[in-house]
Design a protein around this ligand. Structure first.
Ligand SMILES: [Zn+2]
Length: 443
């Protein structure tokens, strides 16, 4: 309980409403919740979740070692250290999570997966719980999945109007292959859904192939059919049947193999269909190479592919506490921002040095913590969108000996704006900081 006194911020947070899940029946679920609530550590367990959710965090991680329990929160894609817990409080909190997910409280070694419901600040979440014994003790991750998606339209993720218009032209075209890409763990599924939402799905028939063990979120008017990847199947096993109905758009969540690529190329080049797919990649040019790496027919694929939309997520500066500064001319020059274009840039809030934080009598002054970002300096995320429209020059490179440098060089010559340049636009507009852009680009 001492922990709560040390961190007054936690006490002010409203509790998270927890819903037990995973038991064979409702009575058992309720009994689990009642037992959990009777634990003296219930406020600690609840406070960990509240802390994360109050910052719009995505995950809580607990690392149990002999010495204690390290606590970390993932907020806007960045892991932040929380106050560590002593082992006794940590063990008791963990028992609560396992109990409400109907898992084995005693088992500290096997991997256990479960879930429970969490409601906070008007938002409803499914908390996906995983625990796994490791050499040093046990690692626990609780991941919050919002029941309603955070973003409804791709503009809300920060796509500029111009790019949106150009992307819409591509995804509303009759024929071609659109590739959606993002780094691993960097928002690919969100972007995938929002990109499909952008497409006109009223006048065209969409069909989708998905692995039955990796189902995508539902998109209205896109009808998924499933293959069993674990049993050795690929989209190529179910596409021929689907194609018989002559759909306009083939949505293939994962290309998987050369046969699938070949099937799509044939549909695009011979029958003028549109295909949409996705890959993990750091930039648009890399996404193209990944699609070619499936070893489909290169010449056919070069002809088929029409555009890549790549996204990189980065944190927005907190608009309540961001600090402006006058950038020296050398910095603007380095960023490629024309002189006179911007007067100020912004950086995350940094408190004055401790020696300045004293009153006239020399007593320390406690500055209030920003309510919006909790002192992190960032709140929410924005996507940097790179749209590479494949023209004849790029096509020629792709058909011969595609490599990253050549694709980039040719794309640049056609006036393509890179992800870095998109990022600098956001820095110039005060949406994010230079240090955050550097961090995000390094990933
Ligand atoms: Zn703030």
């Amino acid at each position: 309980m001492a922990k709560q006194q040390e961190e007054p911020v936690e006490v002010q947070l409203p509790p998270v409403k927890l819903t037990p899940m995973g038991a064979p029946d409702k009575q058992q679920d309720q009994a689990n919740l009642i037992a959990a609530k009777q634990s003296p550590a219930y406020p600690i367990a609840n406070g960990l979740l509240a802390h994360c959710l109050s910052r719009n965090g995505e995950r809580v991680m607990l690392d149990f070692t002999a010495q204690g329990v390290a606590v970390r929160f993932e907020i806007d894609g960045v892991w932040m250290n929380g106050e560590p817990l002593d082992r006794q409080s940590g063990d008791a909190a963990l028992a609560i999570f396992k109990q409400i997910a109907n898992l084995n409280v005693q088992d500290r070694r096997s991997r256990q997966d479960g879930k429970f419901g969490a409601e906070f600040g008007g938002g409803k979440f499914i908390a996906e719980f995983t625990s796994q014994g490791v050499k040093t003790g046990e690692r626990v991750v609780i991941k919050f999945k919002p029941k309603k998606p955070k973003f409804k339209k791709i503009e809300e993720l920060g796509m500029r109007d111009k790019i949106r218009q150009r992307f819409k032209e591509q995804i509303d075209a009759d024929s071609g292959m659109i590739v959606i890409s993002a780094p691993a763990g960097g928002g690919l599924s969100t972007t995938w859904n929002l990109a499909l939402e952008t497409a006109d799905r009223l006048m065209r028939d969409f069909v989708a192939t998905e692995d039955k063990d990796n189902k995508e979120d539902e998109v209205i008017n896109v009808n998924p059919q499933y293959y069993d990847r674990a049993a050795g199947q690929s989209p190529a096993d179910i596409l021929p049947q689907m194609i018989l109905k002559e759909p306009d758009v083939l949505v293939v969540a994962e290309l998987t193999n050369a046969e699938t690529v070949q099937l799509l190329c044939e549909q695009i080049n011979k029958f003028e269909k549109l295909a949409v797919t996705k890959v993990n990649a750091k930039e648009a040019s890399e996404a193209l190479l990944k699609v070619f790496a499936y070893k489909g027919p290169a010449a056919e694929l070069a002809k088929a592919v029409t555009a890549v939309l790549n996204v990189r997520l980065l944190r927005r500066l907190c608009d309540q506490c961001k600090q402006s500064f006058q950038p020296p001319p050398q910095l603007l020059q380095k960023l490629g921002i024309p002189a006179g274009r911007v007067q100020v840039l912004y950086q995350e809030y940094k408190p004055p040095p401790p020696e300045e934080l004293v009153d006239e009598k020399g007593n320390p002054i406690i500055l209030p913590i920003c309510q919006k970002c909790g002192g992190i300096g960032y709140a929410g995320r924005i996507g940097l969108f790179e749209l590479l429209v494949v023209d004849d020059q790029i096509r020629a490179v792709l058909a011969s000996q595609p490599n990253l440098e050549t694709i980039k060089r040719v794309a640049k010559a056609s006036g393509h704006r890179t992800i870095q340049e998109e990022g600098i636009l956001q820095v110039a507009q005060g949406v994010t900081s230079i240090s955050e852009l550097q961090r995000a680009l390094k990933q």
